[in-house]
Design a protein. Structure first.
Length: 407
């Protein structure tokens, strides 16, 4: 009987997964046929497909022109983002299954499934790492928020990989909790894309790993990197220099917004100096928190990683607004701590905060207020993370919390 029961349980789960993926594929295909986009995914798909089918170098001029033509309908102009291929070859080869698909619409629909499943995983893992067991109705509400708030929609539209990276980081954190250090390291090795935002979380992890002497994590990461690097050098021995050149060219294009450009446009005389001061303060905060997280548990590590993701735009680096989807775990951590610490009052406060973030970011996108994404939202999220810091990294409540709950 147990064998029969296990068989039908497995059959049900497989049927459910196949049905869900099939439904997502159908919905995504209908969406991408009507709504153009996927510019970030074009870079990975086109460069890998050219390399696979015609041996064109992924970082070569011919590939870049084809990418620009698919996105703009022609070669990029000086005032447009050049879309040079800035993905290292050892990770670019992971797009190989999608590069087999000749039809970009179909490939983009499958990539959207990857992003959507990653988003679902990010919500679940964020709540797990925040130690918050939610009712299914609250879980569905948070999932709907995660899918429909502006950064996630923008992420799905452009096809940027930051949600996959967020999922891999959170999965690594969970494996660190479970003691599966080698697997955690292997997962971390797959996150070396978009280091403009993920690099600060990576530094947080490395500081924590070294201070806790979790050498097996480094071992797992190095083994995965070595395997991927060997494969990449077999396929294209001289890829490193063209990759670095392409990455620098993207950063120096001058068309990606940053806090430097925003503040300087407001105050041409002193704006640059103020933005530099903001960057120094933000970097000092990161250094202090990286120092504080040494030797602590995964609970503390998760909060510090969320802070590192939230504060990244304030450092003045060129930053696309859709990359803010990477901060979804930070938002969910704030919500979790608020509800756990203050119960009904915390639930009401968290609900109001989520509605405010949802409405504010969509309005900012509607009226073109880039400053909201790169300046005010990161500042607000940083303040909120410090507001819940004690509850996020400690197991006990403050005496103020106890008074509020009794009141």
């Amino acid at each position: 009987m147990r064998i029969v029961r296990n068989f039908f349980t497995t059959l049900f789960l497989v049927s459910f997964v196949v049905s869900m993926v099939g439904g997502l594929l159908w919905a995504n295909l209908n969406f991408v046929r009507q709504v153009p986009g996927g510019s970030d995914f074009v870079v990975a798909w086109k460069s890998m497909r050219n390399f696979m089918m015609s041996s064109d170098a992924p970082y070569g001029e011919n590939t870049v022109v084809q990418i620009q033509t698919q996105i703009y309908g022609r070669a990029a102009r000086s005032a447009q983002y050049p879309y040079n291929v800035n993905i290292p070859l050892f990770l670019l080869i992971l797009y190989l299954p999608l590069a087999w698909l000749k039809d970009f619409v179909l490939a983009r629909a499958f990539w959207m499934i990857v992003l959507e499943l990653s988003l679902f995983g990010v919500v679940l893992l964020s709540l797990r790492l925040a130690r918050w067991k939610v009712h299914w109705s609250i879980g569905i509400f948070l999932l709907i928020f995660g899918v429909s708030w502006q950064p996630s929609v923008s992420m799905l539209m452009t096809g940027t990989s930051v949600m996959v990276q967020a999922f891999l980081f959170l999965l690594a954190f969970r494996n660190l909790e479970l003691g599966a250090d080698e697997l955690a390291g292997a997962l971390i090795a797959l996150t070396f894309i978009n280091l403009e935002i993920t690099g600060f979380v990576l530094v947080t992890l490395l500081v924590w790993i070294i201070s806790n002497q979790r050498w097996r994590v480094l071992g797992g990461m190095l083994m995965m990197l070595i395997l991927l690097m060997i494969l990449s050098f077999i396929l294209l021995p001289g890829w490193v220099l063209p990759f670095m050149t392409a990455t620098i060219a993207n950063l120096r294009s001058g068309v990606v917004p940053s806090t430097y450009g925003i503040v300087e446009s407001w105050l041409p005389g002193i704006g640059l100096r103020l933005a530099q001061i903001l960057s120094v303060v933000a970097l000092a905060i990161l250094f202090l928190e990286w120092w504080a997280v040494r030797g602590q548990d995964v609970r503390w590590l998760f909060w510090t990683a969320c802070l590192s993701a939230a504060i990244a735009p304030l450092l003045g680096i060129p930053f696309f607004p859709q990359w803010l989807a990477f901060t979804l775990p930070s938002v969910l951590l704030v919500v979790a701590v608020m509800v756990k610490r203050w119960r009904l009052l915390g639930f009401i406060s968290a609900f109001v905060m989520l509605i405010g973030l949802f409405s504010g970011l969509w309005l900012a996108q509607r009226y073109g207020f880039t400053s909201v994404f790169l300046l005010f939202y990161p500042l607000l999220l940083t303040v909120l993370l410090y507001w819940v810091r004690w509850g996020a990294i400690h197991h006990t409540r403050l005496w103020v919390d106890e008074i509020m709950l009794k009141g």
